[in-house]
Write a new protein. Sequence first.
Length: 496
Amino acid sequence: MNPLAVVLGSTGYIGGRLVPRLLDAGYDVRVLVRHANKLRDVPWAAGVDVMIGDLEDVDSLRQAFAGADAIYYLVHSMGPSGERSFEETERLCAGNVARAATDAGAERIIYLGGLHPEGTELSRHLRSRKEVGDILLSSPVPAVVLQAGVVIGSGSASFEMIRQLTEVLPLMVAPRWVRNKVQPIAIRDVLHYLVAAAGLPASLNRTFDLGGPDVLRYDEMMNGYAAEAGLRRRPVISLPVLTPWLASQWVNLVTPIPRSLAVPLIGSLQQNCVVGEQDIHRYIDPPEAGLLGYRESLRLALAREAAGEVETSWQNSSVRGAPSDPLPSDPQWAGHLVYQDNQEQATTATPQQLWQVIEGIGGDNGWYSFPLAWSVRGWMDKIVGGVGLRRGRVSPTRLNTGDALDFWRVEQIDRGSLLRLRAEMKVPGRAWLEMRAEEAEGGALYRQRAVFFPKGLGGRLYWLAVLPFHGVIFKGMANRIAAAAASMADDDPALP
């Protein structure tokens, strides 16, 4: 009988990569998710036991942990949850996991925390992550807390921040933390230690520092990226007056990284963050090919992205505070104020050709109408701390359930016929955008529906304010999508 590993955070950047590696290593894997549809298009979903639950629900955790040999805790709260601060949420969830693991008789808890210096004042997020580790270490179930710093890999938030800052800014005026020492580690090596940690001796209950072979300043990391990407060296001027808060606003504006994610990333760079001990190698050998150096990690990440082989991405991480409830069915709208904009347009293209245009929407392909208006809306969202329009998409041609798409999230995709997007921009209400490809005489019919549930007076005023633009944006969008499909049909009538 194979050992059982339970993964909390399987839809995240690291968890989504860990699960298939645990399967390859011979583990049975169980994942706990709030919504099963987030795993609908994940290639490994059929090989795992999927359970529905929540870290704030101890009973669901007890059920998920039954028979567990190892529990992987890979969940981090980046923002407030309801009336609780993120620290309170982290504390509650860690306590629930420790209690449920004890009640279920689990063998081990493995937590991925943050590398941090001892004896110095930590940022709120690093302090909270350390507290989570302490809670798990104090439970009756043996725990291993792996502490990693900047993780470099295709799709990682740290890699994306380095890339965007380097590519966008020919000269960077930066806070003094760009001179701090950091010890980055490749995502490949983090996964190696995570998988091996499940086999550590049962008596171990401690932290381990993880880091790659290179110790660099952050400005050296930026210029290392410039060298690998074929860019000129970037002069970096450090100023003591830029606070972490101001720096996070700057990162929010000039990169796709939203403020909610920029704050913890920058907070982790406020002090020198290097490995204090390398005891992990007394128990786990490094990867057979050795630990990847920083520049080699960059080359691998760039090659993966160029080939479209990004396994998971920071873009698809859940956004705290963003609506997550699915679009209610039409009969449930009774008694609620709902605004809609409906458009349809015939095209000589086949439904399959029309679908190709629909599934390719967003990112570099844009939204087929009034680009300036979309850009302005994205910048407005960025200014108020939203995800903005530059989050883009992971694949240029394919979408999956749960994928981020600019300031939308793919809520439902019935490949070939329906794409439903849920808004994650800052908006006084809940909004969805649906696109359908239907068979019609002489070609296909494109149907488009925007649905908005306003929240209070602000929501009503918001809809009225943008109403004059809808005729231009939504109607133009429908016309151009249909035209793009027709053009595809003209170029290659035989295209399936």
